[in-house]
Write a protein that binds this ligand. Structure first.
Ligand code: TYM
Length: 336
């Protein structure tokens, strides 16, 4: 049976945190043997807000090492860098010309990020979801595993695919596959450690708000010791009046690999003083193997480079096929 194709990516901006891991990468790794997988480093997306050119290439490399350290297996997965495949930018241009401007002006992430940029908002930031649609549709992906915050971008991708097929394809022969988001309920929205109503984010100015995958055991203990809680004794899931409690229990559940019921029973009578050290040690233990593999890979840069070289070749082949089909449908002349 032909496996369904999965594709996703992360921007190389700052350290990966528990939100990125539990919302996205954990699903990629856990389900990689069931699918044909393409995971890339979204470096073209990383320049849609002001960036440091001296750091971009190294952040791209370290993110590739993190993908491997988290457990992606290159026997089953193609890992590549977005900017190494020029078809992403080319297809984005073609989609720009069929996407109504008002579809982009509605995007929540654009509105949120644009506020922070003031007068310097780039066209790239507005256009970000069109590039994301190109990333996905280029590989004819069936499923896109992401966190909840990417849902709207996935809906836009589906709309662009449907519009393109309607305008330039035949009903019985669509040119682009319309993908489905793959959002796992648990971990889809990991919240900040300083405010259980805000999502954990790389761009939060407070380091205290997130646990990075490369944080040391002491940093993890300190962040958990100081994280926001509430005065109620006895810990429970799903109480909307206690967002921090729900978030911390969910993190503990996912990182300790237990069922929700087991954690609910274990923590029902606990106070925060008892829970926090337990949670901290579970986090440290869950991250330890990832950190060990990461440091080993950073000592063997040639291995990571080889993975990206191979990934580029495999990705390029698929991307070029779709790009050619799109160019043919749009009526471009073939280069002679
Ligand atoms: P990025 O780099 O912001 O985030 C990477 C992944 O992490 C998920 N995520 C979270 N999940 C749960 N809780 C959180 N607090 C949390 N924060 C982040 C995101 O949902 C994402 O899955 N636009 C994408 C990158 C991208 C992409 C693509 C993804 C570019 N092209 C094509 C899929 C397909 C982004 O900014 O991810």
């Amino acid at each position: 049976m032909v496996k369904q194709r999965v594709l996703s990516g992360v921007q190389p901006t700052g350290s990966l945190h528990l939100g990125n891991y539990l919302g996205a990468i954990r699903t990629w790794v856990g389900e990689q043997y069931d699918f044909e997988n393409y995971f890339f480093i979204a470096d073209l997306h990383a320049i849609t807000v002001p960036h440091d050119p001296k750091a971009l290439a190294e952040n791209t490399f370290t993110l590739a090492a993190m993908y491997l350290a988290c457990g992606l297996d290159i026997q089953h997965t193609t890992i590549f860098v977005q900017s190494h495949i020029s078809a992403h930018a080319e297809l984005a241009w073609m989609f720009n010309c069929i996407t109504p401007l008002n579809w982009l002006e509605r995007m929540i992430q654009f509105k949120e990020k644009a506020v922070k940029q003031g007068e310097n908002v780039s066209i790239g930031l507005l256009d970000y979801p069109v590039l994301q649609a190109a990333d996905i549709l280029l590989y004819q992906a069936d499923l896109v595993p992401v966190g909840e915050d990417q849902k709207q971008h996935l809906e836009l991708t589906r709309d662009i695919a449907a519009r393109f097929n309607f305008q330039f394809g035949l009903p019985e022969q669509p040119i682009l596959k319309v993908p489905e988001p793959l959002i796992r309920a648990e971990g889809a929205r990991v919240m900040s450690l300083t405010d259980g109503t805000k999502k954990m984010s790389k761009s939060d100015p407070s380091e205290q708000s997130r646990i990075n995958l490369l944080d040391s055991p002491d940093e993890i203990r300190n962040k958990i010791k100081r994280c926001k809680t509430d005065p109620t004794r006895g810990l429970a899931f799903d109480d909307s009046a206690r967002p921090e409690c729900h978030n911390l229990l969910t993190l503990y559940q996912l990182l300790s690999g237990q069922s929700k019921e087991a954690v609910a029973a274990e923590c029902a009578q606990m106070g925060w003083g008892q829970f926090k050290p337990l949670f901290a040690e579970a986090t440290i233990e869950a991250l330890r193997p990832i950190q060990e593999r990461y440091h080993a890979l950073m000592d063997d840069r040639a291995q990571v480079e080889a993975v990206l070289r191979q990934g580029k070749e495999a990705a390029e082949e698929v991307a070029q096929q779709t790009l050619q089909a799109v160019k043919d449908a749009l009526g471009f002349s073939r280069s002679l």
